[in-house]
Design a protein around this ligand. Structure first.
Ligand SMILES: NC(=O)c1ccc[n+]([C@@H]2O[C@H](COP(=O)([O-])OP(=O)(O)OC[C@H]3O[C@@H](n4cnc5c(N)ncnc54)[C@H](OP(=O)(O)O)[C@@H]3O)[C@@H](O)[C@H]2O)c1
Length: 308
């Protein structure tokens, strides 16, 4: 295995999509408590292009991608519970590659009833779970506004809030309204038709998966002592204080949130939706451009690397 090379997308310098270079790299070797995966599908997250642009720092060079789904092809020392041939998904640093290694503690068995593409999208669910339950402490009967509800994080947040018995208000383009109602939203607000502030009654919690001006504007729809959980940027502390509400950062990542999401998935209490699949690996630049352009859609973008 050590002398073999595999295709992988490599980034040597920050910049545009042209920085995503398809190269041959040595096949990684799993260390203790790690597995080697044949990556069937990689999730394409907004953070992938933000890192590529240098908006957040990442040591160079690197292979992009933070999550995926695939088949175990080798196990490191001390690995129990996974064997060669197992179908798994989870957090994989460097998932834009034909093969990648990952620690077993962030690997989960792919349920047979979902596809590899669907299983490659669960990072958004982990973010949603952490924001709703670790940070906002969402409980039954509360009113929650989910900004960016049709996206990779939002569509999971809607399902989780519905399961909890919250009253769920979702912002989305008109064409995504039926999708979000089917996931459990009580109201869908077309943010393009009129300012969302003019369309809803006050809420206990806002989950902001949009950012920009939406973050500060979201303060206005909170009840006194309400909580804004921000995933993209924090509002001005002065504005939050002046509005009499709390603003918290929602980007928590814990093993506990991954386990909670896996349990919801196995119990079919959440379902992943794939917006669009790009393939093969050389389509990575097109996939990131599509993510970066925004645009309307339902669920998550996926890069398909191998046939199942
Ligand atoms: N801090 C963290 O740990 C963390 C983790 C994950 C994600 N994030 C960030 O959260 C953001 C969302 O991630 P994602 O994966 O969900 O992105 P995504 O899948 O690209 O979601 C984009 C969605 O945002 C919606 N949207 C755009 N402008 C809107 C507006 N003004 N009001 C309401 N909805 C709007 C669009 O909905 P329509 O199609 O309905 O128009 C689109 O479907 C990204 O900036 C990402 O970097 C942060």
């Amino acid at each position: 295995m050590k002398n073999l090379h595999i295709p992988a997308i490599c980034i040597h310098a920050y910049g545009g999509p042209e920085q995503l270079q398809l190269e041959e790299v040595p096949v990684p070797v799993p260390a203790k408590d790690e597995v080697l995966l044949k990556v069937v599908a990689s999730g394409v997250n907004p953070i992938d292009w933000k890192l590529r642009e240098g908006l957040m720092q990442h040591p160079l060079p690197y292979i992009p991608g933070i999550e995926g789904a695939g088949i175990v092809t080798a196990v490191g020392e001390g690995v129990f519970g996974f064997k060669i041939g197992d179908e798994v998904y989870g957090s994989i640093d460097g998932s834009y590659a034909a093969y990648a290694i990952a620690p077993v503690e962030v690997m989960f068995r792919k349920p047979a009833f979902i596809t590899f593409e669907e299983a490659a999208t669960l990072a958004g669910a982990r973010t949603a779970w952490g924001a709703l339950f670790d940070i906002a402490n969402l409980t039954k009967g509360q009113r929650i506004l989910i900004q960016g509800a049709a996206g990779g994080v939002g569509h999971f947040a809607v399902q989780m809030a519905y399961n909890t018995g919250a009253y769920v208000i979702a912002t989305a383009s008109e064409e995504n309204a039926d999708f979000l109602l089917s996931l459990g939203a009580n109201e869908v607000i077309d943010y393009k038709a009129a300012p969302f502030e003019t369309q809803i009654e006050p809420v206990d919690i806002v989950l902001d998966a949009v950012g920009g001006e939406i973050t500060d504007r979201s303060l206005a729809v909170l009840k006194p002592e309400g909580v804004l959980v921000a995933l993209v940027n924090m509002p001005s502390p002065n504005k939050a204080e002046a509005a009499g509400v709390r603003a918290l950062w929602g980007g928590t990542k814990t093993i506990a949130s991954m386990k909670a999401v896996h349990e919801l998935l196995e119990r079919e209490l959440i379902r992943p939706y794939v917006r669009r699949v790009f393939q093969p690996l050389s389509a990575a630049a097109a996939a990131q451009e599509y993510s970066q352009q925004g645009g309307t859609g339902k669920g998550k973008i996926v890069l398909k690397i191998h046939e199942d």
